[in-house]
Design a protein around this ligand. Structure first.
Ligand code: NAP
Length: 244
């Protein structure tokens, strides 16, 4: 039977690469989006034309009721949930002393509470069938901390803590929980960097290039696969050796 994956923020950047990779690997795909309605519907259409069983659903991962409605829609549409890719996220560059309380709350609500909301909404279905894969997208900055991204780094470090703790709690139910920590990946999230900054970052990356969304999607596919059932609670870097 075909497995079903939900990709949060699945219409853009890394999430889009995940939606494409999973659909082409034979998964049913639920593409979650918040603002990118047109892109989500276009991607769903494209993947349907390729023969995939794909749907798109709007939900703000920070809003609990919308996330639980999405879980219900997923079960009604596909009959199950096997893999959850918690990819949705935002970034912001700001001096720590200038971060407002609203900006702090927004960062934590989307990047950390969003993972809590989605995992809680989908886990009961995984526990019931004693099978599931949760893949959280953290960041290299959640591991090492980034200057002028304290709220982002804190949220992404929280995702790593959540991953490790939840992995222990649900392992007896046949569910793995792992984390991907991407380095610098070529998506709209890094559009604030100048060419000069990107070139200087490239010089710090042993692989001599910034990553592409497919680098992360391939790792997610591995973590979702049958062969990785004994891998849990791990943080896997997709960063070309940047953080080594
Ligand atoms: P992106 O192109 O800006 O995509 C961000 C995605 O998150 C979009 O699909 C967006 O969906 C979704 N999103 C944001 N807020 C949301 C919300 N409240 N509810 C639902 N979806 C929401 O950036 P990206 O680089 O692909 O980022 C994907 C993940 O990778 C993020 O968690 C990011 O922190 C992480 N990451 C990225 C890099 C990098 O260098 N690019 C490095 C490390 C980690 P809508 O457009 O529909 O709102």
């Amino acid at each position: 039977m075909k497995k079903t994956v939900v990709v949060t923020g699945g219409a853009q950047g890394i999430g889009k690469a995940c939606s494409l990779a999973f659909a082409r690997a034979g998964y049913n795909v639920l593409i979650n989006y918040n603002k990118s309605c047109e892109a989500a519907l276009a991607l769903a259409d494209k993947l349907k034309q390729e023969g995939g069983f794909v749907a798109a659903f709007k939900a703000d991962v920070a809003k609990r009721q919308e996330v639980f409605d999405m879980a219900r829609f997923c079960i009604d549409t596909f009959g199950s949930i096997d893999v959850l890719v918690n990819n949705a996220g935002i970034a912001q560059c700001k001096l720590f002393t200038d971060i407002t309380e609203d900006e702090w709350d927004n960062m934590i609500n989307i990047n950390l509470k969003g993972v809590f909301n989605c995992s809680q909404a989908f886990l009961p279905y995984m526990i019931r069938k004693k099978y599931g894969r949760i893949i959280n997208v953290s960041s290299v900055w959640g591991v090492s901390g980034a200057s002028c991204e304290v709220h982002y780094s804190a949220a992404k470090a929280g995702v790593i803590g959540l991953t490790k703790a939840l992995a222990k709690e649900v392992a007896p139910s046949g569910i793995t929980v792992n984390c991907i920590a991407p380095g610098i990946i070529d998506t709209s999230m890094i559009c604030g960097f100048s060419d000069e900054e990107i070139n200087s970052l490239k010089n710090e990356i042993p692989a001599c290039r910034i990553g592409v969304p497919e680098d992360v999607a391939n790792c997610a596919l591995f973590l979702a696969g049958e062969g990785s059932g004994y891998v849990t609670g791990q943080v896997i870097s997709t960063d070309g050796g940047f953080a080594v």
